[in-house]
Write a protein that binds this ligand. Structure first.
Ligand SMILES: [Zn+2]
Length: 262
């Protein structure tokens, strides 16, 4: 191999190296772009928690392109919750109001909130039927001395997907037991909004109200205990962030114990 051959070899080597570096750089840029896109898709869900006072259920607002409210508390509680809703929405209107079940401590504020902040109402179809009819018995209206007036509520089905836009979704899970059409909502990043089906600290929903059923509740919580739940956002009491599944499993254990003794 002569000097000219060696120089040619080095030259070719460098050319290959330069091409490789350019290709690597392009790949890296593409890869970075992909990661940034994925991060934008998987951005953390911004959840506002408004604790229900007294008998009132909790209110959750998911802050996204089209804000969603999960449960509305009791209308008697709105003087307390109204300013917090105002603050969370920062002038935006609600796109949807999703009701986890028919009970007055979760739906009582719906009409007033809808009037002020907008939002189309949704509930599982049997719950929606009771609310459209203004059923004062199974909603607990009569028991708690309040009147539930007919409301325009749309139907939700099991496994229905609610698109929050910006790459986030909520999956509807029908979890009967507390009421016949109670639902939970699960986000793709593991946030479970559980209504009165299961609470933190081992609490579970009552099954002795109209349309409630122990066996159904047990089956529903067993289903939830198999999910990849990161955080639990219940209808009453405090949420449990990052250890939601442990709370669900504790609730399941207590429910089994209660059934054995009841
Ligand atoms: Zn309830």
């Amino acid at each position: 191999m002569g000097l000219s051959d060696v120089l040619a070899w080095w030259g070719a080597g460098w050319r290959v190296k330069v091409i490789a570096i350019i290709e690597y750089s392009i790949c890296q840029q593409e890869s970075d772009k992909y990661i940034i896109e994925q991060m934008a898709l998987c951005q953390l869900m911004l959840i506002h928690f408004i604790e229900g006072g007294g008998f009132s259920g909790n209110i959750y607002i998911i802050d996204c392109e089209k804000p969603i409210m999960i449960d509305t508390g009791w209308d008697a509680d709105l003087t307390f919750t109204g300013p917090q809703i105002d603050k969370a929405l920062e002038g935006k209107k609600l796109d949807k109001i999703i009701l986890t079940h028919r009970h007055v401590d979760h739906i009582g504020g719906a009409l007033v909130i809808q009037e002020k902040f907008g939002g189309t109402m949704y509930a599982q179809k049997m719950e929606a039927e009771a609310l459209r009819a203004g059923d004062n018995i199974s909603t607990g209206g009569r028991t708690f001395g309040t009147k539930v007036v007919p409301m325009d509520v749309n139907d939700l089905e099991d496994n229905e997907i609610i698109d929050l836009e910006g790459g986030q979704i909520l999956k509807v899970m029908v979890t009967p037991g507390h009421t016949i059409g109670s639902i939970c909502l699960l986000s793709d990043d593991g946030n479970l909004f559980s209504g009165d089906t299961v609470f933190t600290q081992g609490g579970v929903g009552r099954w002795d109200f109209p349309t409630g059923d122990y066996d159904m509740l047990l089956e529903s919580i067993e289903r939830l205990a198999e999910l990849s739940v990161k955080s639990l956002y219940p209808g009453h009491g405090m949420p449990a962030e990052n250890i939601g599944l442990e709370h669900i499993r504790l609730g399941l254990r207590y429910l089994k114990e209660m059934g054995r003794h009841g």
